[in-house]
Design a binder for this molecule. Structure first.
Ligand code: 13P
Length: 249
């Protein structure tokens, strides 16, 4: 039985006051049935970290460098995220792939860096609308996944890895994938992982992301291979994020 996980990706939104309020309200909610992760922008990580305290809410970064340290202006090292209290880090979000030119190879290096620095990577995979229309979903998601499965240290990474399937056409559009569309890709991802390591495939949590809201979460999370969600817009309002967490577990 996989424990559900719901992560809120605030993206580049909010302010100090918003970060404080969201953290306080979410930390105060009793959410025993799922793991909850907040991923605020870098400047607010320490504020959120100090306010979640002992609550059953974890902290995550939205990205990390693949390098340990050094002359990489503007980047954030895995060790720094861990230092400030992060347990998770989102890697390979489609916005980073699309807008910042992150390649599969670079995403794989980040997954390896996150793992070796003690963080749980939340690896994002997903196809664009054009790719879905061209029936290339499995090819694209398979290519993105294979870059990770090809890492020399994959055997030690797989058991802890979290994967988020986020079809690009569903992100921020209000048009979620249907539960059946999402389940089809999730089952396919799990099968592909099973061909590497069947035990890890059973344990790995596969999150769905893309316009998840309180009113569509139940149908999505009811699918056998959907183990929670990576939430964008709806994670910026405490009541909707808490409602989604309650649906998950
Ligand atoms: P939305 O929930 O706003 O569609 O964003 C999804 C996402 O990109 C989470 O990482």
């Amino acid at each position: 039985m996989r424990r559900p996980l719901v992560a809120g990706n605030w993206k580049m939104n909010g302010s100090r006051v918003v970060a404080e309020q969201l953290t306080d309200e979410i930390s105060a909610a009793v959410l025993p049935g799922c793991d909850v992760v907040l991923c605020p922008p870098v400047p607010y990580l320490s504020i959120v970290s100090s306010r979640i305290g002992a609550a059953a809410v974890s902290l995550g970064g939205q990205d990390c460098s693949e390098h340990e340290n050094g002359a990489y202006t503007g980047e954030t090292a895995v060790s720094m995220l861990a230092d400030i209290g992060c347990r998770y880090v989102i890697v390979g979000h489609s916005e980073r792939r699309q807008n910042f030119g992150e390649t599969d190879t670079r995403v794989a290096a980040k997954v390896a860096a996150a793992h070796s620095g003690g963080l749980v990577p939340i690896l994002c995979l997903g196809e664009s609308l054009a790719e879905r229309q061209a029936q290339e979903t499995e090819m694209v998601v398979g290519r993105q996944l294979d870059a990770i499965l090809g890492l020399p240290e994959i055997a030690s990474i797989l058991p802890d890895l979290v994967i988020a399937y986020e079809p690009v056409w569903a992100i921020g559009t209000g048009e979620s994938a249907t539960p059946e569309q999402a389940e089809q890709v999730h089952a396919w991802i799990r099968e592909r992982i099973a061909s590497h390591d069947s035990g890890a495939a059973e344990r790995i949590r596969l999150l769905y992301g893309g316009s998840v809201k309180p009113d569509n979460a139940a149908a999505l999370f009811a699918m056998p291979d959907i183990d929670g969600g990576l939430i964008g817009g709806a994670s910026l309002a405490a009541d909707s994020f808490i409602a989604i967490c309650r649906v998950a577990g």
